[in-house]
Design a protein around this ligand. Structure first.
Ligand SMILES: Cc1cc2nc3c(=O)[nH]c(=O)nc-3n(C[C@H](O)[C@H](O)[C@H](O)COP(=O)(O)OP(=O)(O)OC[C@H]3O[C@@H](n4cnc5c(N)ncnc54)[C@H](O)[C@@H]3O)c2cc1C
Length: 330
């Protein structure tokens, strides 16, 4: 593969309910940061797939896109992973970007790897950081070995280099008044043809807890031990006007049914003023989701727990005794 033929950074910009999602705007911002670190000043291109897309161009320009590729057709009005992934792959074949960023969303997690397979290249999923090395190599940082280490993933021999990232890890950038060059692209895609027919779209209506705007998050981990213990965290959170968040094991145990409150690589990244963590070891898969939290206070009975390395206040002790005392005091 002649990798020197590949130039520019593409960001797959996802739409939902008539809007470009925040995750995509953050990735556009991330692309502008990567661009500033690359000596050949590559173009940042937003790739949008769907129908009636003209409405998005101003917003994408103002968030960092130099160019926008619109793949606009009635056949993309309903989301179909086969169509979208093939269209993204065809865009890469035509425009030859060196880097492609995709949101680690339900759609992105289908489209990104499928396009990577079509293109016979690699994709680093759920990156927590993206960087450019001094020699210009794109570095995709991913937690590995159960979150105990952060690994640098490189894709030196294939293009494009593809990465996905969750919402909340990258930062939006504003380029007021920046107008991007808009191009229409109509790839000849087949997907699974008429083997798939969308009959109806049924949206699951479930009450969701949002950690996005929460100022205080009481987070519980596997150390909580029981459902009854979890209820104490709920009481504490409500007394503090906060919400509860969880680690993967606490969710797997079923102590909370709110999947959307799992914090970390496969969950959400949060920015509360205060994070209060109880019975959490501090695996990188979790702590990457609290990198931008304000004050981090952790309680763990193990004085050597890694969570203490990222905490402002450390309490070595039994979580339950501390939560009981806090509830009593409040
Ligand atoms: C691909 C992948 C993605 C992942 N994504 C995520 C993710 O998004 N979010 C996430 O959270 N995890 C994720 N994980 C799992 C992650 O690697 C860790 O296993 C998990 O974060 C550990 O959760 P924990 O700290 O609750 O449990 P543990 O690691 O079991 O830690 C429990 C802690 O509780 C302490 N403890 C026990 N009893 C008490 C007590 N009475 N009082 C005080 N402290 C006590 C212990 O000392 C221990 O430190 C992922 C893993 C993989 C492989």
């Amino acid at each position: 593969m002649d990798i020197s033929a590949y130039k520019g950074i593409h960001v797959f910009c996802e739409t939902s309910k008539g809007k470009i999602i925040e995750n995509s705007l953050e990735l556009l911002g991330e692309a502008t940061v990567l661009k500033s670190k690359l000596s050949h000043n590559p173009e940042v291109t937003a790739v949008v797939i769907g129908h009636q897309l003209d409405q998005y161009t101003d917003l994408l320009g103002e968030h960092g896109a130099d160019r926008i590729i619109l793949i606009d057709d009635a056949k993309y009005a309903q989301y179909r992973p086969d169509f979208y992934a093939e269209a993204l792959a065809e865009t890469c074949k035509e425009y030859k970007p060196e880097i492609v960023l995709v949101g680690a969303t339900l759609k992105g997690e289908e489209i990104g790897p499928t396009a990577a397979k079509i293109l016979d290249t690699g994709m680093a999923a759920h990156c927590v950081e993206l960087n450019i090395r001094e020699d210009g190599q794109f570095v995709q940082v991913v937690p590995a070995f159960g979150g105990k280490v952060l690994g640098d993933i490189l894709c030196p021999n294939y293009r494009p280099q593809m990465a996905s990232m969750k919402a909340g890890l990258a930062t939006k950038q504003q380029f007021s008044g920046q107008k991007a060059v808009v191009e229409a692209f109509s790839p000849d895609i087949k997907g699974f043809g008429d083997k798939i027919e969308v009959l109806e779209v049924i949206e699951e209506v479930k009450e969701k807890v949002s950690l996005g705007g929460a100022e205080l998050v009481v987070t519980g981990g596997f150390g909580i031990g029981t459902q009854d213990g979890w209820q104490k965290l709920e009481v504490l959170a409500s007394k503090l006007n906060g919400v509860t968040g969880c680690t993967r094991p606490a969710l797997d145990e079923g102590w909370t049914e709110h999947e959307e409150t799992m914090i970390g690589t496969s969950g959400v990244a949060i920015k509360p003023k205060v994070y209060l963590g109880f019975g959490i070891s501090g695996a990188a898969h979790h702590t990457c989701g609290i990198k931008t939290a304000g004050l981090i206070i952790s309680v763990n009975r193990d004085a050597n727990a890694p969570i203490f390395d990222v905490s402002d206040y450390k309490v070595v002790g039994d979580w339950e005794a501390i939560v009981d005392a806090l509830i009593e005091a409040l």
